[in-house]
Design a protein around this ligand. Structure first.
Ligand code: TYD
Ligand code: MG
Length: 453
């Protein structure tokens, strides 16, 4: 008789399960992500079922109130969560190691404990002493915050039932394990089973749980992607390790809009909220330099002004060098081809370097016109008035096309004292005329170039 299989293969990225090994995952198309792990017998998922009644209800008679949401005391975080923490929700905070996830959550714990909430911070990565050292940099804590160093989920479950906290932090999910499951902590099965248990506890005991998950492309631990569909809310914490600012982005939210961002700055005393990110991004801008342009992009519903810099110079080789930092390289090449063909600028013998200042990664069509005019400004070595802001999409025929939410972008520019705005002509209808800013509508690249030079 054939022996029953005791192991299966799992994709570390997306959790796809298969009875045989693949070089490329058939589900997410990532290479070399399959690992062999013991099969777990499905535990009956009772928790969620418990809190749901089998009687249908009339929608209009279900009561909700605002008090179901708790403010975290950190405005930028509240915004990304959709207005605060929802009772009984499971939130995943993902990000590269060292980006500041533990710091952010510990700061949240501090604010919550001061507000009188009972908070339990469970760490599987740091000792109590290490957490204390971090906490000392952040500020004053009170006795509502409890710390626990534990990785065994059965113990954690017991602690939750005994202590009955309102908010729990699990740092990180990759260190948690259940004994019944044979594989090591951080494996796909462990991460998935641990999250399922935490989900049951969150819904069953009405505790809001925050899970930290490290994103690792090539590492041995399972990526948080495996969990995305299980949790209520997924937040990613990103940023350039060399730059001080950090962006918290919502990618999934069952209780609010996604694509909201929160901006923070890493300081010596923890993370500081950046209330006015545009001002922050534009600080240190060179005045009177050619090739520098300010554009307005939208992050979710939030307008953000950033500086784009271009440097165009003669190429020494037959193959000109082009680089794009912070934006799409192919898009920059395409825009240069449009300039060459539609405006007749001879860029084929030039090196071109395009950079989004501040290390931000942006990819929005509204940026096109800014990139093009930065290149033109550098090529002609003529500066663009520093109080001018530019946005618009550029098409292959050299036309300037409409972008969404023009009014919001203009309002943000006015707020920061810009005097001229170059925008697609079709957007003029959507923008209120004011004497605070001069609006110049352009239909194509030639008109745009005439407007700035
Ligand atoms: P951390 O929260 O430990 O990252 P994660 O939990 O995402 O792995 O953040 C660690 C980094 O933050 C570390 O490089 C030091 C820096 N940091 C500061 O600059 N200031 C501070 O006050 C703190 C607590 C950390
Ligand atoms: Mg950490």
């Amino acid at each position: 008789m054939a022996k029953a299989k005791t192991t299966a293969f799992f994709c570390k990225e997306c959790g796809f399960e298969s009875s045989k090994w693949y070089g490329q995952c058939p589900a997410c198309k990532e290479w070399n992500t399959f690992v062999e792990e013991p099969i777990v017998k499905k535990t009956a998922t009772k928790g969620v079922a418990n809190i749901m009644s089998s009687q249908p209800s009339v929608l209009s008679q279900i009561s909700t109130n605002d008090t179901d949401r708790t403010s975290t005391g950190i405005e930028e975080l509240d915004r990304v969560l959709g207005g605060g923490i929802v009772e009984g929700s499971l939130v995943l905070v993902g990000g590269d190691p060292g980006i500041g996830k533990s710091t952010l959550l510990l700061q949240m714990c501090q604010k919550l404990s001061v507000m009188g909430k009972k908070v339990l911070y469970i760490s599987g990565e740091e000792s109590l002493k290490q957490i204390k050292l971090r906490a000392e940099r952040i500020g004053e804590f009170n006795d509502n915050l409890l710390l626990l160093c534990e990785t065994n989920l059965d113990m954690i479950e017991k602690a939750l039932r005994d202590i009955k906290p309102e908010i729990v932090i699990i740092d990180s999910i990759q260190t948690m394990y259940r004994e019944e499951i044979g594989s090591s902590p951080g494996s796909v099965t462990q991460v998935r089973e641990s999250t399922a248990i935490l989900m049951q506890l969150a819904k069953g005991l009405a505790i809001s749980i925050f899970i930290v998950g490290h994103v690792t492309k090539e590492g041995i631990v399972a990526g948080p992607r495996v969990l995305e569909h299980m949790v209520d809310t997924v937040l990613y914490f990103e940023g350039d390790r060399n730059a001080a600012y950090r962006i918290l982005r919502g990618v999934k939210n069952r209780f609010g809009s996604t694509n909201e961002i929160g901006v923070f700055e890493m300081r010596g005393s923890g993370l500081e909220e950046v209330k006015n990110p545009s001002e922050y991004m534009l600080s240190g801008r060179p005045l009177g330099a050619s090739g520098s342009v300010v554009v307005c992009l939208l992050e979710g519903t939030r307008p953000l002004l950033v500086e784009i810099q271009a440097l165009v110079c003669d190429s020494n080789f037959g193959m000109p060098r082009r680089t794009a930092a912070g934006t799409d390289y192919n898009r920059v090449n395409l825009l240069m081809a449009v300039l060459e063909k539609r405006v007749g600028m001879h860029l084929s013998g030039c090196d071109a370097y395009v950079n989004v200042a501040g290390g931000l990664k942006v990819n929005e069509p509204a940026l096109d016109l800014g990139i093009v005019l930065a290149i033109v400004s550098s090529y002609k070595n003529r500066e663009i008035d520093f109080q001018t802001i530019i946005f618009g999409e550029v098409g292959l025929a050299g036309e300037v096309r409409a972008v969404s939410q023009a009014q919001q972008r203009v309002t943000e520019a006015i707020k920061l004292g810009f005097k001229t705005c170059i925008l697609p002509e079709v957007c003029l209808n959507n923008v209120l005329k004011t004497d605070k800013i001069k609006l110049i509508g352009v239909r194509n690249l030639s008109e745009a170039m005439n407007a700035i030079l």
